[in-house]
Design a protein around this ligand. Structure first.
Ligand SMILES: [Fe+2]
Length: 306
């Protein structure tokens, strides 16, 4: 986990903050916006970076792409720091964050992440702080953040059911969280369709048709200009190719999930260098992805083809 050189200006007024494996984004507009908030244990560090950019100005918004622990870990910390800041997320995210079981789960996973990375960071421990969603965001909502800057909301379920993308109109920038492919630093792309392949592909198409010239995913590197264009061209075919590959392995092993998990893990996870997702989280997600493929092949694919 690399935590020095915390701030990168992607384009004028658009910053990537934090470790490149789990960054957050700051739009320095008249009404400044933070997209996602990272782990709870990096909250102090990331807040310091926000202060360095904004000076005495305060965050107006924290927009949440989805409620996975590594995206919402520090939202409560930022809310305490900036009480006027509005937290925006999907209606489903609002429901999730109102359940004690979800809050306990998010808190536990943040503690787990802290136990893995803490010794490398020399940060003070910062437990997850629960928070409430202030504004429910839906497809087509537009937030004016000052001057001619607007952020449009795009519903993109498939990674999770509560996933949103945010499109910064003037800079043609899309924040995709985990629903537009997760490109490991090695170049390997994780198609992380935890809540369904069909919805995921539909969402990929929305991302590809958004007009984005800058793509800011929730993990690893952002893409600009020609690299962004090429990434978007390859996105759906790449995902379909992966689904086809996985369904071939499943059918060759009588849809035995455990055997297929071992095979795919050895091909896509074991060979990757660090930093990468902790193995227990990867395995949990891999099982969900395989079940999504099984469902897609047996039901949704036939609908796609007619
Ligand atoms: Fe996620």
């Amino acid at each position: 986990m690399i935590l020095d050189d915390l701030i990168e200006e992607i384009s004028p007024g658009l910053y990537q903050i934090g470790d490149f494996a789990t960054p957050v984004f700051l739009v320095d507009a008249p009404s400044p916006v933070l997209v996602d908030a990272g782990y709870s244990f990096t909250s102090e560090l990331y807040a310091g970076a926000v202060h360095r950019i904004l000076g005495k100005r305060k965050l107006s918004w924290c927009l949440i792409t989805h409620t996975h622990f590594d995206h919402v870990g520090a939202v409560g910390y930022f809310k305490n720091l900036f009480p006027e800041m509005k937290i925006g997320a999907s209606g489903l995210a609002c429901q999730i964050m109102s359940k004690q079981k979800s809050l306990d789960h998010i808190a536990g996973l943040n503690l787990f992440a802290e136990s893995i990375f803490f010794s490398e960071t020399h940060l003070s421990s910062s437990p997850f702080q629960p928070f409430q969603i202030d504004t429910i965001l839906s497809e087509g909502d537009v937030l004016n953040i000052g001057n001619s800057l607007n952020i449009s909301v795009i519903e993109t379920p498939g990674h999770t059911r509560d996933s949103l993308c945010f499109y910064l109109n003037e800079q043609k920038t899309i924040f995709t969280g985990d629903c537009g492919g997760i490109v490991h630093d090695s170049g390997y792309i994780f198609y992380d369709f935890l809540s369904g392949c069909a919805a995921y592909i539909h969402s990929l198409n929305k991302i590809c048709n958004s007009g984005a010239e800058i793509l800011c995913p929730g993990h690893y590197n952002s893409f600009k200009d020609a690299k962004c264009e090429q990434y978007l061209v390859d996105l759906v075919p790449g995902c379909m190719k992966f689904i086809d590959f996985v369904s071939g392995i499943l059918s060759a092993h009588n849809n035995d999930i455990n055997i297929c998990m071992n095979i795919i893990k050895s091909l896509e996870y074991d060979v990757l260098p660090q930093p990468k997702q902790p193995e227990p989280a990867y395995l949990l997600n891999l099982e969900a992805r395989l079940r999504s493929v099984l469902s897609f092949v047996s039901t949704d694919l036939s609908r796609f083809l007619t």
